[in-house]
Write a protein that binds this ligand. Structure first.
Ligand code: ZN
Length: 264
């Protein structure tokens, strides 16, 4: 045994600490934590069209200024917002005041609304307790779908759609409301907006009832509608009470795609 071996044995016997390894010759920067697709989904993508993200965290979403709203906080995709600001200014110059009363609602928010109606905690059109009036799941879903979307299927997930001024058709049929609606039907298309839920009939045989208040920013929404047409599947709509009705009522074909052709 030579001198060096003896020293080494003595050190091991004494429990001497092993010296730290020298740094690697080529150090690699630590990997960034993975970005969840649920937090910042691309446009278009499945996570995006189904609203499974937080718009407040999405870099393409911006808050709507209070002067355009009923006072509640709203977010929109930046392209929709820029187009809305142009439309607002033109309407204002014509003496028409546009007020945003709803904008982006993600899956989690739509699930709250849907389940409150599904369980009868929130009445349909202020009168019907859905769980009692419609025991059959498909019937109950169709009743809620007169005016509310299933979570995962709402255009309000996309940051492209806004509700304006009032959430009743009556408001838009006389007086100030009629003036606003006439302005929108004449001019909204000039700013890229369409009304997806026009009266049901030959041109729009399925889907939600007419909504005078709901307007959609076509340049962005068209991409998302096209994506939904090929990628969104009834049997993948899940994660909330009543989701089992989605394939029964073919929610994608009849509701997501049941829109006015000027929005396609
Ligand atoms: Zn709406």
């Amino acid at each position: 045994m030579n001198f060096l071996s003896t020293i080494l044995l003595l050190l091991l016997a004494c429990g001497a600490p092993v010296p730290p390894a020298p740094p690697a010759a080529t150090s690699v920067a630590p990997a960034a934590p993975p970005i969840s697709v649920d937090s910042i989904p691309a446009i278009p993508s499945y996570a995006y069209i189904t609203g499974k993200f937080d718009p407040a965290e999405h870099p393409d979403f911006v808050p709507v200024a209070d002067r355009y709203t009923d006072g509640d906080p709203y977010l929109l995709h930046r392209d929709t917002y820029a187009a809305f600001e142009r439309m607002y200014a033109a309407a204002d110059a014509d003496g028409v005041k546009l007020v945003i009363v709803s904008a982006t609602r993600n899956f989690a928010r739509q699930k709250q609304i849907w389940e409150a109606k599904w369980r009868g905690e929130r009445l349909l059109e202020g009168t019907e307790k859905a769980d009692e009036v419609y025991p059959d799941p498909a019937d109950r879903a169709r009743a809620i779908l007169r005016y509310s979307s299933m979570p995962g299927t709402s255009r309000h997930h996309w940051g492209t759609d806004i509700d304006l001024n009032a959430l009743t058709n009556d408001y838009f049929e006389a007086g100030e409301g009629k003036k606003i609606y006439n302005w929108l039907t004449t001019h909204a298309a000039d700013y890229g907006f369409c009304q997806p839920y026009t009266p049901k009939g030959d041109a729009r045989p399925t889907g939600y009832e007419e909504e005078h208040w709901h307007w959609s920013y076509v340049p962005l929404a068209k991409q998302l509608t096209d994506y939904a047409a090929t990628e969104l599947r009834d049997d993948a709509i899940s994660g909330f009470d009543g989701a089992q009705a989605a394939p029964q009522i073919q929610v994608v074909q009849n509701y997501v795609l049941g829109i006015n052709t000027s929005c396609r």
